[in-house]
Write a protein that binds this ligand. Structure first.
Ligand SMILES: Nc1ncnc2c1ncn2[C@@H]1O[C@H](COP(=O)(O)OP(=O)(O)OP(=O)(O)O)[C@@H](O)[C@H]1O
Length: 394
C-alpha cells in the first residue's frame, strides 16, 4: 500500500504543477477588479451612496443572462461600501441571500435578521415575529441596510411576494434606519409577474447586464489565469479558445472560468506539464457530460422510462420513431401494471427531451406513410445517459 502512495508522490509531488491558487477560479471568489463592468459598478455604487446620504432609498432590479457578472458586481460594490463605511464610522451593512438556496420565507427573513447580528432560532418563531424583531433591531442600529435577494424570481414563484412587499414598505415604519432592496434575476419577465404594488417599488431602478463578447471574456480569463496557474503552464491559445467557446454560448463568464478550471484539472490528472487546447476539448466534453448526467437523473419517472426505451431502440437499430417508442413504453407500463400515458403525452415528452439536448429528433415526411419523427442520440453521449438511467428498472 505504501508503494502506491510513494509512487503517486514521486509522480505528482506535493505542490500542484499546474495550479498556484485554485480558489481564484471558484465561483464565490471576488476579484480585486472586474473588467468591463466599470459602468455598472459606478452606477450601483452612486445610487447606494445617495441612499446612504439620507435620501429616500430606491430599490434596484438587476437583469442579465447567467454569468454576466450580476452577483459578483453586487457583492463587490456592497462589500467595498461596507468596508469604507466602517473606516469612516458610518453605519452601512448588507445581507446577501441566495433565495434559490434558502428556500423558505422563514429562512430568508432569518438570514436577513442574522446579518445585523440578531440571533434567530432555526424554527419555532412566527415569520411576523422574526420580521418585527428585525425591524426593531434595525431601527435601534440606525444605518442603511442593503438587502440583496439573488435569484429572486425563484423565491417569488415559490413563496409569493408578500415578504418583498413588506420589505419595500418597511422604510415607512423605520425612523432612524433605512432599507434598500437589490433584486437579481435572469428572468426578464420576472417583473411582469409581480403584484403591481411591488412592481413599482421593486423596479424603481433597473439595470441590465449585457453578455460578454469573446474579447471581454479574454481579459477576464487572463486576469484570473495569472493568479490561478503557475507561470508558463497555460499554452498559447488556450485562453482565447476558452473565451471563444464561452462567447458562442451567450457570453457566460462562469462557463469560461469553469472551462479553464476543468482544463487545468484534466492536465493535472494526466500529469501534464502544461494546459493545452486538447485539455480544453476534453474539458468541454466533461462539462457537457456532467450537465447531461444531472439533467437525466433529475427527470420525472415517465420521462426516464421514455428515454430508457429510446436508448435501447437506438442501440439496437441506430435510430427509432415515436411509434416504436410508444409501443415499447406501453409494454413496460402494462408489465408493471400501470396505465400508460397517451401517445400525445409521449410525443410531448419526446419534444421536451429534444429541447433539453438529450436526444436529436427530426420530423420527416414519408409520403403516403405520413409524417414521422426520427429519433437519435449522440454516440458520445450514450454512455453517460445510460449511466444516469442505470437505476431505472424497466
Ligand atoms: N467582469 C468580470 N471580471 C471578473 N470576473 C467576472 C466578471 N464577470 C463575471 N465574472 C466571474 O464569472 C462568474 C460568474 O459571474 P456571476 O456569478 O456574477 O454571474 P451572474 O450574472 O450572477 O450569473 P447567474 O445569473 O448565473 O447567477 C464568477 O466567477 C465571477 O467572478
Amino acid at each position: 500500500m505504501a508503494d502506491i502512495i510513494d509512487e503517486l508522490i514521486r509522480k505528482r509531488g506535493f505542490a500542484s504543477r499546474i495550479f498556484r491558487n485554485r480558489e481564484v477560479l471558484h465561483p464565490d471568489y471576488i476579484p480585486d477588479t472586474l473588467p468591463h463592468r466599470e459602468n455598472e459598478i459606478r452606477r450601483l455604487a452612486e445610487h447606494l451612496l445617495v441612499s446612504a446620504q439620507g435620501m429616500r432609498p430606491s430599490n434596484v432590479l438587476i437583469y442579465g443572462l447567467t454569468g454576466t457578472g450580476k452577483t459578483v458586481v453586487v457583492k463587490y460594490v456592497v462589500s467595498k461600501l461596507k468596508e469604507k463605511a466602517s473606516s469612516l464610522n458610518k453605519r452601512l451593512d448588507y445581507a446577501y441571500v441566495n433565495t434559490r438556496k434558502l428556500d423558505t420565507t422563514y429562512r430568508v427573513i432569518a438570514s436577513i435578521a442574522q446579518s445585523i447580528g440578531l440571533r434567530v432560532p432555526h424554527t419555532g418563531l412566527a415569520i411576523s415575529e422574526v420580521y418585527r424583531r428585525y425591524i426593531n433591531a434595525l431601527d435601534s442600529w440606525g444605518g442603511l441596510h442593503i438587502i440583496v435577494l439573488d435569484e429572486v424570481d425563484y423565491y417569488v414563484k415559490r413563496e409569493g411576494d408578500d415578504l418583498i412587499y413588506k420589505l419595500v414598505r418597511a422604510n415607512e415604519e423605520l425612523s432612524k434606519a433605512k432599507i434598500v432592496l437589490i433584486g437579481i434575476t435572469n428572468d426578464v419577465n420576472f417583473i411582469e409577474n409581480l403584484d403591481p404594488r411591488v412592481r413599482s417599488s421593486m423596479g424603481e431602478i433597473e439595470m441590465v447586464f449585457p453578455p460578454y463578447n469573446a474579447e471581454q471574456l479574454f481579459t477576464i480569463l487572463k486576469q484570473r489565469a495569472e493568479l490561478a496557474f503557475n507561470q508558463g503552464v497555460i499554452e498559447d491559445g488556450v485562453i482565447s479558445y476558452c473565451s471563444a467557446l464561452a462567447a458562442r454560448e451567450h457570453g457566460d463568464a462562469r462557463r469560461a472560468l469553469d472551462l479553464l478550471r476543468v482544463s487545468g484539472e484534466i492536465a493535472e490528472r494526466e500529469g501534464a506539464e502544461r494546459v493545452t487546447i486538447e485539455h480544453v476539448k476534453k474539458a468541454t466534453l466533461e462539462i457537457e457530460e456532467g450537465r447531461i448526467y444531472q439533467s437525466v437523473v433529475t427527470l420525472p419517472l415517465h420521462q426516464k422510462l421514455v428515454l430508457k426505451k429510446i436508448v435501447e431502440l437506438v442501440e439496437a437499430k441506430g435510430s427509432t420513431t415515436t411509434g416504436e417508442v410508444y409501443t415499447a413504453y406501453s409494454n413496460i407500463m402494462r408489465n408493471l401494471k400501470y396505465e400508460p400515458l397517451s401517445l400525445r403525452r409521449i410525443s410531448e415528452i419526446i419534444s421536451q427531451l429534444d429541447m433539453m439536448g438529450l436526444i436529436i429528433s427530426e420530423v420527416v415526411n414519408r409520403g403516403k406513410y405520413g409524417i414521422t419523427r426520427i429519433i437519435k442520440i449522440r454516440k458520445d453521449m450514450l454512455p453517460v445517459i445510460k449511466d444516469a438511467l442505470k437505476d431505472v428498472e424497466a
